[in-house]
Design a protein around this ligand. Structure first.
Ligand code: SF4
Length: 298
């Protein structure tokens, strides 16, 4: 049990956490490489990295079984994440399988997308029945700003990948957290947009997401929890755990943010049996409530 799980278990014993009812299976996430990543960003909410990943990756057979079941349940979107999904040897085949069923997104740090990979992704997108989205993380509009968070050289490599994908009309969604911008005032969106336009990205798409008090930021951000009183009058349908599930090592989890944490596990077998209420007993739930955060593209 890691720190996040331990804290959650203690709290569950102390209070009855509020829960969000499930509505429909809109999206299904796969934590493809677990927490294996070639970077070790200092704000990573699931503490991914190259050494000793605490969460193993998924095998392709299990993923295909869940794609099939999700199709029967009317799923509308798939997402592949990690860790770094491009470290998985079967990523492209799995994307093709998912794209036969629904629009599919892969989240990446972009550092492994060279020209050859960009060509293969473009071919995959061109042949697919549904749209392929690629989200590339970039946490600042300059190398200094980004690399302080994501590691030396990551800015140049991510920006190069964004340009390669854009040149092939894949229009990546650049995803930035507010961590690098803290203390730099408003304007991260504008600064990123200017950067992308100047780099030749003719249709910049940008998603800004908040930081979470977990993973590498556990204990460094306020640990606030939801209560039934806070949720009084609040429409829980705004929370993504009412319409999503995440597949990660060990089973099915309430949402991609909490994938792999035992306290958020809602099933170990069939998806259909894991579509009940989700407990909102985690500091991340407060962030969702406070910011309206969704891991979905838009
Ligand atoms: S972290 Fe957000 S999406 Fe996940 S269970 Fe909590 S409120 Fe729901």
């Amino acid at each position: 049990m890691n720190d996040n799980e331990g804290a959650g278990a203690r709290r569950l014993a102390q209070t009855a956490a509020p829960a969000a009812p499930f509505r429909e299976l809109r999206s299904l996430w796969f934590q493809l490489t677990g927490t294996l990543c070639n970077l070790a960003c200092r704000h990573c909410f699931n503490a991914s990295g190259p050494r000793h990943p605490w969460l193993p990756g998924l095998d392709a057979t299990g993923i295909r079984r869940y794609i099939e079941e999700a199709e029967q349940l009317g799923v509308r979107e798939f997402y592949f994440t990690g860790g770094e999904p491009f470290l998985h040897p079967e990523l492209l085949d799995l994307l093709a399988d998912a794209l036969a069923v629904a629009p599919t997104t892969v989240l990446t740090n972009g550092t492994l997308i060279d020209d050859g990979m960009a060509d293969r992704l473009a071919a995959l997108a061109a042949a697919a029945a549904y749209s392929l989205e690629i989200r590339v993380s970039l946490d600042g509009a300059t190398a200094d700003e980004n690399d302080a968070v994501r590691g030396h050289g990551s800015f140049d490599r991510a920006l190069a990948a964004i340009c390669r994908l854009s040149a092939r009309r894949l229009y990546p969604i650049v995803t930035a957290t507010e961590v690098a911008a803290a203390g730099r005032g408003p304007g991260l969106y504008d600064r990123l947009r200017r950067l992308l336009l100047e780099a030749g990205v003719d249709r910049p798409r940008i998603k800004i997401i908040p930081i979470f008090a977990m993973g590498r930021l556990a204990g460094r951000e306020p640990d606030r929890r939801l209560t039934p009183e806070l949720l009084d009058g609040y429409d829980t349908a705004r929370l993504q755990c009412t319409e999503t599930r995440a597949i990660a090592d060990g089973g099915i989890y309430a949402c991609p943010i909490l994938a792999g944490l035992r306290q958020a596990r809602v099933g170990t077998g069939r998806l259909a049996d894991a579509l009940g209420p989700a407990s909102l007993d985690h500091a991340a739930c407060y962030t969702c409530f406070e910011t309206g955060m969704s891991c979905a593209n838009f």
